[in-house]
Design a protein around this ligand. Structure first.
Ligand SMILES: [Zn+2]
Ligand SMILES: [Zn+2]
Length: 296
């Protein structure tokens, strides 16, 4: 496969291009105009009207600066390029400018360590689920402020659960959910920097993107939540795992359900229970399931 990178340019320059109110106005106007009802490019005069710039020459100058990076000119007008779409989406989600804080509130779920109620809170762009009593941390995860301020609590918790499952599915498959780069994964007693602080897990999984540096961690049970053997074990017994939120699943968060059997080679077993039956999945250091024990 031949890859041509000759049209790439400096990352610093690409951000500098956005340093103008008119240029951000152009990105916003093109993003807002485009939708299911309208896929047409926006003509110059219409775009200038939407941005509200009187001076045609000044507007043309700024539009020219965006052309080729964030904006593409076609015969019928202008549209956003893919980087332009990403800038528009980030602006709309409030990631760069909005700030929101949600004080801790109780969830309808209990801590597997001490039995107290779990609490959720939001601060510094991170949604956190933790135990209010023993301070055990379950999740600390990015959600955009725009989503947090717009959603009722139940919807927000569903969003978090879905985002976690989506990102877990990606990293377990070796793909970064942020940039689609290659992910290096590790399973063992000495991996990660978040769960270790809790001092309760014998073994965890961590995922590092080799392209953007994104870092994620999960329990071994969390990494297996979509594994067909586990999904069908529960489904046969009338439980649809996708209906349960991750922080309520014992095989994901009860540390007594995950055992480090050996370190060289790494073997970790996760045990699920349902209707008096038991199923254990044994994984190696690359998260591959090497054996399935118990009732199917
Ligand atoms: Zn607790
Ligand atoms: Zn990445």
């Amino acid at each position: 496969m031949d890859v041509d990178r000759s049209k790439s340019f400096d990352a610093d320059d690409s951000f500098k291009l956005l340093g103008s109110e008119i240029r951000l106005g152009i990105v916003r106007a093109l993003g807002e105009t485009w939708g299911p009802e309208n896929r047409d490019p926006v003509p110059f005069s219409e775009l200038r009207r939407l941005v509200g710039t009187e001076d045609s020459g000044q507007f043309d100058y700024h539009l020219g600066k965006l052309r080729g990076t964030y904006v593409r000119r076609t015969e019928d007008g202008y549209r956003l390029t893919y980087p332009g779409v990403r800038v528009y989406q980030t602006l709309e989600a409030g990631t760069f400018n909005e700030r929101a804080t949600v004080e801790p509130f109780d969830l309808d779920a209990t801590c597997f360590g001490c039995g107290s109620a779990l609490e959720a809170s939001y601060r510094n762009h991170l949604f956190r689920i933790a135990c209010g009593s023993c301070d055990r941390q379950y999740y600390k995860y990015f959600l955009p402020p725009g989503q947090v301020t717009a959603s009722p609590v139940a919807e927000l918790l569903d969003t978090l659960d879905t985002a976690l499952r989506r990102d877990l599915a990606a990293v377990v498959s070796g793909v970064c959910p942020s940039c689609s780069g290659a992910v290096e994964l590790a399973v063992g007693p000495e991996v990660g920097c978040v769960f270790d602080a809790n001092d309760v897990l014998d073994v965890a999984a961590s995922y590092d993107c080799t392209l953007c540096g994104s870092h994620l961690e999960s329990t071994v049970g969390g990494a297996l939540v979509a594994h067909p053997a586990l999904v069908s074990f529960f489904y046969r017994r009338g439980v649809d795992l996708s209906d349960r939120r991750l922080w309520t699943l014992p095989f994901v968060h009860d540390e007594s359900r995950t055992t480090l059997r050996s370190t060289d080679p790494v073997r970790a077993a996760v045990t699920a229970r349902c209707d008096g039956d038991e199923l254990s999945l044994v994984v190696d250091g690359g998260l591959d399931v090497v054996s399935v024990e118990g009732a199917p």
